[in-house]
Design a protein around this ligand. Sequence first.
Ligand code: DLL
Length: 441
Amino acid sequence: MTTTAHDKVELPNPLDPEETMSRDELEALQLERLQHIVAYAYERVPMYKKKYDEVGVHPSDLKELDDLRLFPFTEKEDLRQNYPFGMFAVPMHEVTRIHASSGTTGLPTVVGYTEQDIEDWAKLFARSMRLSGVKPGMKVHNAYGYGLFTGGLGAHYGATKLGCTVIPMSGGQTEKQIQLINDFEPDVIMCTPTYLLTIADAMQKKGLDPKDTSLQIAVLGAEPWTEEMRHELETTMDIKACDIYGLSEIMGPGVAGEDVERQDGSHIWEDHFRPEIIDPFDPTKVLGDGEPGELVFTTLTKQALPIIRYRTHDLTRLLPGTARPAHRRMGRITGRSDDMIILRGVNIFPTQIEEIALKIPGLSPHFQLEITRPDRMDQLAVKIERRDDCNVEDGEKAGKELQRLIKIHVGSSCAIHVVEPGSLARSSGKLRRIYDLRDNK
Ligand code: DLL
């Protein structure tokens, strides 16, 4: 049989040695790296020296992994106060890349990378993709936004490192996305879960069945999403959808990635990041594995921007490793503590509404939450689209059911407005779910 240039061949795809280490070996490596990075940050970044001197803690106090809790946290505010480059630990000529995340308020958060940092990032993104079933030689449609956002270039370098063919589409231009998916026949798509929903929705509007594409795997992240959303995307598109997690301050996407077979949460690459879970209301309390709280990260190898004990404000818990036994997994992010709606004393996250709504036939995953304060009392309204095949009357019934289930499971009364299919804003990246319309919040 003759092979043509386009035939697929099985390419080598070995694991990194750190992926198969024992937990003891990994912890020994973590301690060695942690001792180095804390001393490195103290010597090179004035903010760390000041903070540690103020509370009387010194890098030499770090004798075992648990001693990390002696050191103060780093907050987004620290990066802002040192805007733009005040927390860089290397001279600018060693910084080969700068990214920034657009803060919703105020200054962007600026992050920098040395050549080695970029190399490590690509390796960890490639490792995450491999765990999610992506193989060298596959075609990857990259619809994360390129530019200052870490999604596009992070995914691009990772896919290149794994040995894939990258289609650098970036976010937006949904019509063009559909055309290229049809014509280039990629195996993998990478974007936010809500943007994949937008693409699938737009395909259906054009009379195309999203199940008929060449896509087999989606590597999705950058925003919270639920098992119900995974089910929705997998059944609508006939694909496997895996999670990828990361944040700019710590590296970008690829801090953690998910196994395609088990789909049981993302493995944190603990040879490069040391995670902790703290009580967000009493941050001095470091919680045990399995307990829900706020995720805190320390970078173990970053050269340009070492970050010690960064408060992510992401709420989750740590679980034992499975596909990569030494590396712990994180549970699904239920939300960010700063994304939490507190309605008359009850905490509400958009993921809770997503989880409930997607279980009700007739309701779509397209919804937004509006908070108003009509008579000095906060009110929540859920605007949600009914599905195309659900009529107005059944949509109203489904809305009543949503209201009832939110009351039972979340504990809050809210108004429900079931709206026409296609009437709410669609995502082209990270979707905004919450609209706070109160005058003085
Ligand atoms: O969103 C990096 C990224 C790009 C991750 C592409 C995955 C894929 P930032 O813009 O700095 O970086 O936003 C980081 O997004 O603290 C979480 O709140 C949220 N986030 C990221 N990934 C996930 C995920 C990128 N898989 C913030 N599940 C984080 C839930 C996520 N939330």
